[in-house]
Ligand binder design. Structure first.
Ligand SMILES: NC(=O)c1ccc[n+]([C@@H]2O[C@H](COP(=O)([O-])OP(=O)(O)OC[C@H]3O[C@@H](n4cnc5c(N)ncnc54)[C@H](O)[C@@H]3O)[C@@H](O)[C@H]2O)c1
Length: 450
């Protein structure tokens, strides 16, 4: 199929490169000319495992291009809208980029007789995609349904594993304006539809009775079709669940840590209960990234109308405070942080990305600076982005070994694999505080003693 992707940030570029890899012809559009130039050369503007190779390959084989103009829209079968939807005033969603993109798409559709399906991929509150119909119809002078199609397909990629997630999704949700629009998306996404899933200890006694082994591989249809509003809501429900699970785990870890009990030991036992499950129960400095906070805030605003979503508020509150716990632990160990050399290992909000949006490291570094500490940071990918924020207020170590050299204490802020390397751990002479709960034999959040 011929595809245009409007908005070439994380979501847009990953989607575009992967759709091209499936054999489609894709054009990425962005208002940022620098991004467009880089993409046209097959270069990435951010780090994501596997993306660089995918971009280079598909640009050189002629299936992927980029432009700052919207012309490719009129010749497309499907147009994805992947622009940003940041927090606006009072936490409500800012839809200005989505609306502007819809207007420009409408202008292009005017010049085409083709039936083109517009797909909202950005995270938008329920009702938004239907609202775009008015904008497109007004510009275009044609009615949705006959003149053009409309879908809402929420994006579920996780930065750091986005390419892998695209090709092996847990779910493919197609919100459709009508059957005709949904059919086009179903056809496009069919290569990803049937996923092999490993299932341990099937709970359903009916199924378990028929299958003897402990670990089963089944092929599941992960595609679901639904209304536009259900698809929009599904994304918010997912992010609210995940954010809540992290904040709730942090709450429990803090309680146990204060009582001198190791949260991780207790959690490992509690999570044997399959109703709880172990993923996203890690305690640490809290969640970061561009989505969880802004999406929970947007959901709270959406929920207003007399309803007080106080539980969601608590999820955000816990998360705002959580990074400071690591600084408090450091203070407890050293007495004061003034003029102390602090090694900060990791800055990205998670491993395998250089993304610093909403990263706990930013709050931790700011607080350490307030306390008068000397800070040296090492991150395998995010150091350049960190420099743009802190300039010469902190120092940036070229290696993890250099980072710990003069340290009075070492704070682990991102769980990059290389920080758990035994040989490296042996070189650390100062106390280590684990802010991500991934190291054996280290004190940290939820781990009062080793
Ligand atoms: N980053 C993630 O992990 C992730 C995961 C799932 C969903 N989402 C959602 O996907 C959407 C995009 O997120 P992102 O992280 O890729 O954002 P981003 O800020 O990295 O990228 C958005 C891009 O859109 C461009 N843009 C803005 N207005 C435009 C216009 N009118 N025409 C063309 N380009 C325009 C910007 O220049 C920017 O490059 C958001 O709604 C976000 O909530 C993000």
């Amino acid at each position: 199929m011929k595809i245009t992707v409007v908005g070439s940030g994380y979501v847009g570029v990953v989607s575009a490169a992967c759709l091209a890899e499936l054999g489609n012809h894709v054009t990425c559009i962005d208002i940022d000319k620098e991004k467009v130039e880089k993409l046209s050369r097959g270069e990435t503007t951010f780090f994501e495992p596997g993306l660089k190779e995918l971009l280079r390959k598909n640009v050189s084989e002629g299936r992927l291009g980029a432009s700052s103009e919207y012309y490719s829209v009129k010749d497309s079968d499907v147009v994805f809208v992947c622009v940003g939807t940041p927090s606006g005033d009072n936490g409500s969603i800012d839809l200005s980029f989505v609306k502007s993109a819809a207007g420009q798409i409408g202008e292009q559709l005017k010049e085409s007789d083709k039936y083109i399906v517009v797909v909202v991929r950005s995270t938008v509150v329920p009702g938004t995609t239907r609202m775009l119909i008015d904008i497109i119809e007004e510009t275009l002078g044609k009615k949705a349904g006959a003149g053009f199609g409309l879908c809402m397909v929420p994006e579920h990629l996780a930065e750091g594993s986005a390419v892998k997630d695209f090709f092996s999704p847990d779910k493919l949700i197609i919100g459709q304006y009508d059957e005709k629009s949904g059919d086009v998306l179903e056809k496009l996404l069919t290569p990803l539809r049937h996923q092999e899933i490993k299932i341990k200890n099937l709970l359903d006694p009916l199924v378990a009775g028929q299958i003897k082994e402990d670990l089963h591989t089944i092929t599941a249809d992960v595609m679901r079709r639904c209304s536009l509003e259900e698809a929009e809501a599904e994304k918010y429900i997912s992010n609210a669940f995940l954010a809540s699970k992290i904040s709730f785990s942090n709450e429990l870890a803090n309680i146990l840590e204060n009582a001198g009990i190791n949260y991780f030991n207790v959690r490992d036992m509690a999570c044997l209960d399959k109703r709880i499950g172990s993923r996203f129960t890690q305690a640490g400095t809290g969640f970061g990234g561009s989505c969880f906070s802004k999406d929970v805030r947007a959901l709270m605003k959406f929920a207003e109308n007399g309803y007080d979503a106080f539980l969601l508020n608590a999820v955000l509150d816990r998360n705002k405070k959580q990074p400071y716990r690591l600084v408090e632990l450091a203070k407890k160990l050293l007495g004061t942080l003034e003029n102390k050399n602090i090694a900060v290992l990791g800055a990205a909000f998670k491993p395998n990305t250089d993304d610093l949006r909403d990263a706990p490291s930013l709050k931790i570094i700011e607080k350490l600076l307030d306390e008068g500490a000397e800070i040296s940071v090492y991150d395998p990918k995010a150091s350049d982005n960190l420099k743009k924020i802190f300039n010469d207020k902190i120092s940036y170590s070229p290696t993890k070994e250099a980072c710990i050299e003069k340290a009075d204490i070492c704070l682990i802020v991102t769980e990059w694999d290389e920080f758990s390397d035994e040989a490296f751990r042996d070189k650390i002479r100062c106390p280590v505080l684990d802010g991500r709960g991934f190291l054996n034999n280290a004190k940290g959040i939820g781990k009062p003693e080793v």
